[in-house]
Structure formats: structure tokens, C-alpha cells
Design a protein around this ligand. Structure first.
Ligand SMILES: [Zn+2]
Length: 355
């Protein structure tokens, strides 16, 4: 006989998992807790959001998400069946809240102004290879815009990377700059070969650099942050997934898409339309704040057309939408186009080509 499933309050499940809750948010629709999966940035940070309407959770830092049963199952490392049995069966064991160990106790990036200064200087020493220029032109960018946006090729040879680090070090400290680390006592640059895409904040400062990899066919792995997070890279620094702003920042309407290069291209093809680009559908940290700081009154979602097919990606987009819609009096709409074109950049390019 089918048994009616019982509603399991998310806060109750979280308490039974021993999660640390933010007292100030108790009783609200969204209750904050320390994330047991990534440990936030350490004590006193609450990136795990517990939605008491839907009884679901989501970490705004690591993207972990699910419902009351899967939260309990994942924390306790048991099956969802066992978890449901425990929670619904009313075994009244509540664990003492325990502060999770942060995964983020590695070196944090230097302040934005310093990162931007280092990256600007670093890019000024680099060139763009003919092959990479051809790739950018094919996307529809003009030579002028390519120069303006500052794309450059990663130096391939180790000797060139060491030389680059030496030049930049004459004016700047490289400790705390994602991408740089020490090798045999000398500063150098980590990362695969490819071309660099500057990721800029609302004022045009460089938050970080993304690399469009050479010779990578899997579209999901084509882009990577310039980072020296690996523990095998002495004095290295992690990167975050920063939000990229491109186009005319005085516009009141912003398009949201995934990927900085896609946004750069689409903005150029659409006469400098303002684009705000996330690093991934689950990497929307800072998106709402950026839109608010830009003072936009209208947001148009222009994510890839195939994205709503994958349930995990779909949930990420829905969470993003919900977050953005928290902005008061915001007009929100979805941009749709012929699904034969995957991304908004492909679509704009086809229209430009037809003119
Ligand atoms: Zn987390």
C-alpha cells in the first residue's frame, strides 16, 4: 500500500544533521546555515540557504543543493531511504551543532585593485597569436574590440612564463594573485595554453582571467580560471568564479548570460548592449549585487537555449532567476531565439551575417 510521504521541515533536518544555524535568520523563509559540504570561508559565514517554503537547501558558494531527505542523507552518508526512515520515524536524536572545517582555508586572492593592476600589467607584456586572433574574429569581434577587451595568448614556454613573472614583480607583489606560484624558488605562471579573457567588474577592473583552452574538444572544459590553487603549487592562490560586466554600463537594461567571452561577443554584435556574465549556472555568487550596483531596472535572461533540458542546469537557472528577482521593482524577461543557434552570441552573429 502506498504510504503518503510526510513533509519534513528543512530546518528540522538541518538541526538533526548538527548544522550551525544563523540565529538571526530563524523564523524567516530563508534560514541561513553553515555549509557542511564546503565549510564556507570559515566560522561565522552562512552560505547554505534553507528554504522553509519548499524545504530545500542550496549553498551559494559551492552549489550543493537538495531537499530535507538528501541533506540528511549526504551529511550522514547514508541512503535517502534510510534518511527518510530516520527523519519520518521520528528518532529524536539531535546532534550538537559542529562548525564544519572550511575547504577554503587556502590563500585568498589579493584585493580587487591589486589583482587588476597586476593583470593589466601582465597583459601589457603579452601578445595575441594569429591563431587566437583568427578564433576571436570568427566569433564576430573586430580587431579594434579585440584590442580594447585585452585578450592575450598564454605564454607557452616555461622560460617565457618566468620572464613574465619577473617583469611584473618589478612593480607588484605576486603573492595572492591567482595564477602565480613559486617553482624552484622563482615566480612563474600556472595554467594550460590558450588565450586569456579578462573578467571585469562594473568599473572595468580585472577581477580575474579566464583561459580559453587550446585543443580541448569537450565544450564543458573549454574554459578555465587562471588559478594556482593546487597544493602542489607553492605560494599559489585560488580563484573565484567572478561575474563579468561588458558593454555600455550606463544602460538600464542588462542581459544575463553564461561565460565572459559569450557576453563580450554578444554585446559587441548588439551595439554595446550591457551584459552581465556568470562563470557557470551554479556560479552566480555576486550576480544580484552586481546588477544592483549597476542600477539596472530591467534584466533579460539570455542563457543557452539547450540549458533547460538538463535538470541540474535547469535548477541552477531557476535559483539564479529567483535570486535576481529579489531586486525590487525589476522587470525580468527571457530572451528567446531560434533554437538552431545555441547561444545568444551565435544568434546575433547569424543576424549580423544576414545583413
Ligand atoms: Zn557549500
Amino acid at each position: 500500500m502506498a504510504k503518503q510521504f510526510q513533509k519534513i521541515p528543512i530546518v528540522d533536518a538541518a538541526r538533526r544533521c548538527g548544522l550551525v544555524l544563523n540565529d538571526r535568520t530563524l523564523g524567516r523563509t530563508e534560514v541561513e546555515a553553515s555549509c557542511p559540504f564546503c565549510g564556507d570561508h570559515g566560522r561565522g559565514k552562512y552560505h547554505l540557504s534553507l528554504n522553509t517554503d519548499m524545504d530545500v537547501y542550496r549553498c551559494n558558494l559551492c552549489g550543493a543543493h537538495g531537499n530535507s531527505v538528501t541533506l540528511y542523507a549526504n551529511v550522514k552518508k547514508i541512503s535517502t531511504k534510510e534518511a527518510y526512515h530516520d527523519l519520518a520515524g521520528g528518532s529524536n536524536t539531535y546532534l550538537m551543532p559542529v562548525q564544519p572545517e572550511s575547504k577554503y582555508n587556502e590563500r585568498q586572492p589579493a584585493a580587487l585593485a591589486e589583482r587588476s593592476a597586476v593583470y593589466e600589467e601582465m597583459l601589457s607584456f603579452l601578445t595575441l597569436s594569429d591563431r587566437h586572433r583568427a578564433n576571436l574574429r570568427e566569433r564576430g569581434l573586430s580587431d579594434e574590440r579585440i584590442a580594447e577587451n585585452g585578450y592575450k595568448s598564454m605564454p607557452e614556454r616555461e622560460a617565457d612564463r618566468r620572464l613574465l613573472a619577473r617583469l611584473v614583480r618589478m612593480d607588484h607583489d605576486l603573492l595572492g594573485i591567482p595564477g602565480f606560484y613559486m617553482r624552484y624558488g622563482e615566480w612563474t605562471l600556472a595554467g594550460p595554453s590558450g588565450f586569456l579573457i579578462p573578467v571585469r567588474d562594473k568599473d572595468g577592473l580585472i577581477q580575474g582571467l579566464k583561459i580559453r583552452l587550446d585543443g580541448e574538444n569537450n565544450p564543458k572544459r573549454k574554459y578555465r580560471w587562471l588559478s594556482s590553487r593546487d597544493k602542489h603549487l607553492p605560494n599559489g592562490t585560488r580563484s573565484y568564479s567572478w561575474v563579468h560586466v561588458t558593454g555600455d554600463r550606463t544602460r538600464r537594461r542588462a542581459f544575463i548570460t553564461e561565460g565572459p567571452l559569450k557576453g563580450d561577443v554578444a554585446s559587441f554584435l548588439a551595439k554595446d548592449a550591457l551584459f552581465v556574465c556568470t562563470g557557470g549556472v551554479n556560479a552566480t555568487h555576486g550576480l544580484r549585487e552586481t546588477l544592483e550596483e549597476l542600477g539596472v531596472t530591467e534584466v533579460v535572461e539570455a542563457m543557452d537555449m539547450d540549458q533547460m533540458v538538463n535538470p541540474q542546469v535547469r535548477n541552477g537557472i531557476l535559483a539564479m532567476r529567483k535570486e535576481v528577482m529579489k531586486i525590487p521593482n525589476l522587470k525580468y524577461s527571457k530572451y528567446t531565439w531560434n533554437p538552431a543557434y545555441k547561444g545568444v552570441d551565435d544568434y546575433f552573429l547569424s543576424r549580423v551575417a544576414a545583413m
